[in-house]
Design a protein around this ligand. Structure first.
Ligand code: NDP
Length: 258
């Protein structure tokens, strides 16, 4: 990230894929975050091993926090735990990265696909925004810099091009993912509502499409690797101002049609 690196950052789904790469680049880059909170569902499980190894090497990973996006109780506990470690500066940047994908067509989509997508990709980010709002407000108030930025107080949610209404005609036959598309469109609307409601608090909200990335979710046929996607997204995040409050951008900074 460029000059305007936030002091405190929280990332969900930080144990693998894009989330893990974000943690890496944010602590190993030239201008590292001072306080990074890396959230995952099971900090003591084998799926968090790479994240725990990274956390041992970098004291600016303040802690690996248990947070399941589908579990309000764990979100409340995480907000409390992180709040006790933040200090007076509050939380500058919250990245809603955790995501769930079911690839089924409309006719094959199950209630479980729909519930999993909605709970992880919409309800999760909504509850996370609500519970971490006091910490974001503290950060916005503590800053003496006018305007909005991701180094002051911001929520960036990782959405997808598949949540774009415009994209359906030319991408549906390639990947239907009905429940995922609906949930990411919901995440986009959540972001627009939050941007409108909380602009008076000086908190910036945007959604980013990471590109089609070779991760567990994106598959081996993806177009780019996680380091390229994350490098792009972090520089887009660093460039955001109040002009991009409520924007839908890709990892190169291009605007995506809703
Ligand atoms: P991965 O499948 O590689 O990783 C998903 C991450 O989300 C894992 O850390 C996983 O944790 C976590 N997660 C899933 N469910 C929950 C939950 N209920 N609570 C907390 N964490 C959870 O995906 P990517 O890294 O590729 O995707 C990251 C984000 O980018 C997602 O929001 C995705 O929709 C989006 N995206 C990805 C694209 C791609 O091409 N890869 C394209 C467009 C968007 P666990 O290990 O516990 O399962």
């Amino acid at each position: 990230m460029a000059a305007s690196q936030p002091v405190s950052v929280l990332i969900t789904g930080a144990n693998r894929g894009l989330g893990l790469e974000m943690v890496k680049q944010m602590v190993e880059g030239p201008n590292p975050a001072k306080k990074l909170f890396a959230c995952c569902r099971d900090p003591d499980g084998s799926r968090a091993a790479a994240l725990q190894t990274l956390a041992k090497k970098h004291p600016n990973i303040i802690c690996v926090v248990r947070l399941d996006a589908t579990d309000l109780c764990s979100i409340k506990q995480a907000a409390q735990q992180v709040g006790s470690l933040l200090g007076t500066g509050g939380l500058n940047l919250l990245i809603n990265n955790a995501g769930f994908l079911a690839k089924a067509t409309l006719q094959d989509t199950t209630p479980e696909d729909m519930q999993g997508s909605f709970n992880t990709n919409v309800m999760g980010p909504m509850n996370i925004i609500k519970e971490f709002l006091p910490h974001l407000r503290t950060a916005a108030k503590a800053s003496e810099v006018p305007g909005m930025s991701s180094s002051k107080a911001a929520v960036i949610s990782i959405s997808s091009f598949l949540g774009s209404f415009e994209s359906v005609k030319h991408s549906y036959s390639f990947i239907p993912a009905v429940s995922y598309r609906i949930s990411k469109a919901g995440l986009n609307m959540l972001t627009l509502c939050a941007a409108e409601e909380l602009k008076k608090d000086g908190i910036l909200f945007s959604v980013l499409h990471p590109g089609w990335v070779r991760t567990d979710m994106g598959g081996e046929e993806g177009e780019i690797d996680a380091p390229e996607s994350v490098q792009g997204m972090l520089s887009v995040m660093a460039s955001l101002t109040e002009k991009q409050n409520g924007a839908f951008l890709d990892y190169k900074g291009n605007t995506i049609a809703w």
